[in-house]
Design a protein around this ligand. Structure first.
Ligand code: AHR
Length: 333
């Protein structure tokens, strides 16, 4: 996976591949706003699925930015299955698209298909999530620093506990994202890093399990957590949707979300902000899904054989409950 050390390393090998791909470009027609013809870029995009509000906003952003840029977009929804993403990428290679972009459902298992794309001289751009593969196999990652999001979640929990006047042990339930996915691994890692460094004595993750980034998963797993560990007093959910599902389970158990159980989530979708403005979520660590315009810019550059940064990071903020009402009307997703 990418780390800070190689953040600004130039993608020389990939740029060379992209240059060759630009020479070998097939004719394609545009579904976008500018005119079609041989200069139109065909972009094959494999999306994870439609598991969350974040994902829907990300899909809309990619589709509208491709249209705006005048690219021909071949869009494929993998329904959270790696085998579907691998098939979609193979199909993009067979169609000789100009550039392939994808948001990998998990971090491992991509080497073979990425080598096939490289052999076909089609540059690959990762978007949203990273992979554990040789970095020469992809041009760049456009997306967030999930480890830092985990650290930010722990830091904002410190503020939430202080604001709530919490005394005594902090018994944390963690709802993890999809097993093996970069945001699940890294959001857990960043949170634990701060917890181990500064709260080893009083914070403890008493239960942790995947809710697969879905509302239904969050509800089901939280309901089981509450039965096995009724004394949980904090929930850290790796996304808003799982947090929103968990809120239903907490209410069904006769407890008050945001009071009996303090809740921190990641994403910052509108539904998360609504729950926060109702006092049911205490703080949200933003993860911005509006990656479409940056992605199209990078696609254009790698297609032209230009060198790009190894990791184009997304800018994000954190929100406490008392900011929710003011922030809600201007949320874009
Ligand atoms: O990869 C980003 C994560 O995937 C979002 O936080 C989550 O909501 C989505 O499903």
């Amino acid at each position: 996976m990418l780390n800070r050390r190689n953040f600004l390393t130039a993608a020389v090998g990939v740029a060379a591949t992209a240059g060759l791909a630009a020479c070998a470009k097939e004719d394609s027609s545009s579904t976008g706003s500018s005119s079609g013809g041989s200069d139109t870029i065909t972009l094959g995009f494999s999306q994870v699925g439609s598991e969350s509000g974040w994902r829907s906003a990300n899909t809309d952003s990619v589709k509208s930015a491709a249209k705006e840029a005048g690219y021909k977009l071949q869009f494929s929804d993998a329904q959270q299955k790696q085998e579907n993403q691998i098939s979609a990428i193979r199909s993009f290679i067979a169609q000789k698209v100009d550039v392939i972009a994808f948001s990998p459902v998990v971090v491992t298992g991509w080497d073979a298909v990425l080598k096939e794309a490289q052999a076909a001289k089609i540059p690959v751009v990762l978007t949203d999530r990273s992979v554990e593969s040789d970095e020469s196999l992809f041009a760049t990652l456009v997306g967030s620093d999930f480890t830092d999001e985990g650290r930010r979640a722990a830091r904002i929990l410190e503020k939430v506990l202080e604001k709530a006047g919490h005394k005594g042990d902090v018994k944390i339930a963690q709802l993890e994202g999809t097993t093996g996915a970069a945001p699940a691994i890294e959001r857990a890692k960043g949170f634990k890093e701060v917890m181990d460094a500064d709260h080893a004595d009083d914070w403890k993750i008493v239960v942790t399990q995947t809710g697969d980034f879905t509302r239904a998963g969050g509800k089901q797993v939280m309901s089981a957590f509450l039965q096995s560990n009724p004394d949980i007093n904090v929930l850290y959910a790796h996304n808003d949707d799982m947090g929103l599902g968990a809120i239903q389970a907490i209410e069904a158990a006769g407890k008050k979300p945001g009071k009996d159980i303090l809740i921190i989530t990641v994403d910052g979708v509108k539904d998360g902000f609504i729950a926060m403005s109702e006092g049911k979520i205490n703080a949200i660590v933003e993860c911005n899904p509006l990656l479409g315009p940056q992605l199209m810019d990078v696609v254009k550059k790698v297609h032209a054989g230009e060198t790009v940064e190894r990791w184009i990071k997304t800018e994000e903020s954190d929100f406490m409950q008392d900011q929710a009402k003011d922030a809600l009307p201007t949320r874009k997703y």
